[in-house]
Design a protein around this ligand. Structure first.
Ligand SMILES: NC(=O)c1ccc[n+]([C@@H]2O[C@H](COP(=O)([O-])OP(=O)(O)OC[C@H]3O[C@@H](n4cnc5c(N)ncnc54)[C@H](OP(=O)(O)O)[C@@H]3O)[C@@H](O)[C@H]2O)c1
Length: 330
């Protein structure tokens, strides 16, 4: 089978690899489509904890079960599935345990024609979604769902700000918030992305690249009950200013690095909550799939490329030009 391999920092190769044999309790899936996450780029750039080269990244995939390992009912064979990328979450809902891992490092990921995973990681392909849309959903959908509902407890009627709406998780955040009846605003580096977010239900948007955007947002619409962010860095201070009293700021990334200075007095005086979040539990995964089906959420797919053009897919994500997910088909 063909698999994408990162042999060393900065390099990508498509190699001929051995077909994975499903172990006990596992199934082998022939992938129809796989999607990129920023994690795959961090791994390629050598900026991810626990790196080991060579590795096959990829956390998102959808395909057809073609072989069952020992102890797995053969009725699995032929089923159309998506793969939950959150492995060994552990017993507690409040946080993952010590054995938790994400598909695509250390375990070989979905950027390959075939993958072997425990059957417990497989769910039926959402009926309303194409292969490309189904492959776009797992990691980003799970992360956005837990962040907004599991961690920040977002409710209908609340005001939410989604930062960097062009991002995979952020865009699901917008779609989920709008579907849940919250009033959502967004930020982006691009006017065009703000306009596209408006067509997906955003009430308005701000260019975070423009000086004074936060003052504009504070003037109208004013404080936000929930803010979803993955940029961090120096701009995080603006988000603290924009939170309504009692507001919750939930973050799952630090693309811009650590926050140089945290205004502790503003946080305690205004009773703000800073909430970290990562991926999601099996319960979050099931709840997310149910939510997507109930509300008819369709993942936004920015580009679909053949697997042979994986390097071009990575370049697209590295440029940050996307609005939604970058998908590869096999
Ligand atoms: N903890 C977890 O479980 C988890 C899960 C998923 C992702 N992450 C992390 O979250 C981050 C985003 O991941 P992703 O896969 O969604 O990435 P992505 O699809 O590549 O999106 C990145 C987006 O970040 C936005 N951005 C860049 N600089 C910004 C800034 N200064 N302020 C606000 N937004 C900014 C951009 O939005 P515009 O294009 O609109 O400007 C860009 O499109 C990465 O650091 C990733 O590692 C963590």
């Amino acid at each position: 089978m063909r698999a994408l391999q990162i042999p060393a920092i900065g390099r990508l190769e498509i190699v001929e690899a051995r077909e994975p044999a499903p172990g006990p309790g596992e199934a082998r899936v022939r992938l129809k489509a796989a999607a990129l996450n920023h994690r795959d780029v961090w791994i390629k750039q050598g900026q991810y904890a626990g790196l080991k080269f060579p590795c096959t990244p990829g956390s998102d995939g959808a395909g057809v079960v073609e072989a069952a390992g020992e102890g797995v009912d053969r009725s699995w064979i032929g089923r159309e599935v998506i793969v939950c990328p959150s492995f060994d979450w552990g017993q507690e809902e409040k946080a993952q345990g010590a054995k938790f891992s994400i598909l695509g490092l250390p375990r070989a990921g979905t950027l390959a024609e075939q993958i072997a995973v425990p059957v417990g990681q497989l769910s039926p392909r959402p009926a309303a979604l194409s292969w490309e849309e189904a492959a776009a959903l797992p990691l980003a959908g799970l992360t956005a769902y837990r962040a907004l509902f599991g961690r920040a407890g977002l409710k209908a009627g609340e005001r939410v700000l989604i930062s960097g709406v062009g991002g995979g998780v952020a865009l699901f955040g917008l779609q989920f918030a709008a579907a849940a009846g919250a009033a959502a605003w967004v930020t982006s580096s691009s006017e065009e992305k703000l306009a596209r977010a408006g067509r997906l239900g955003a009430r308005g948007g701000f260019l975070y690249t423009r000086a004074g955007w936060a003052a504009e947002a504070a003037a109208a619409p004013g404080g936000f009950d929930v803010i979803l962010d993955s940029a961090g860095g120096a701009g995080f201070g603006d988000l603290i200013d924009l939170a309504a009293p009692g507001g919750r700021i939930v973050f799952f990334g630090a693309t811009r690095g650590n926050v140089p200075e945290l205004a502790l007095r503003k946080i305690f005086w205004r009773q703000l909550s800073l909430l970290g979040t990562t991926m999601g539990s099996p319960a979050d995964w099931q709840a997310m799939l149910g939510f997507v089906a109930r509300h008819g959420v369709r993942p936004v797919v920015e580009s679909v490329l053949p697997f042979a053009r994986a390097a071009a897919a990575f370049e697209l994500m590295e440029r940050g030009g996307q609005f939604g997910k970058i998908v590869m088909t096999f």
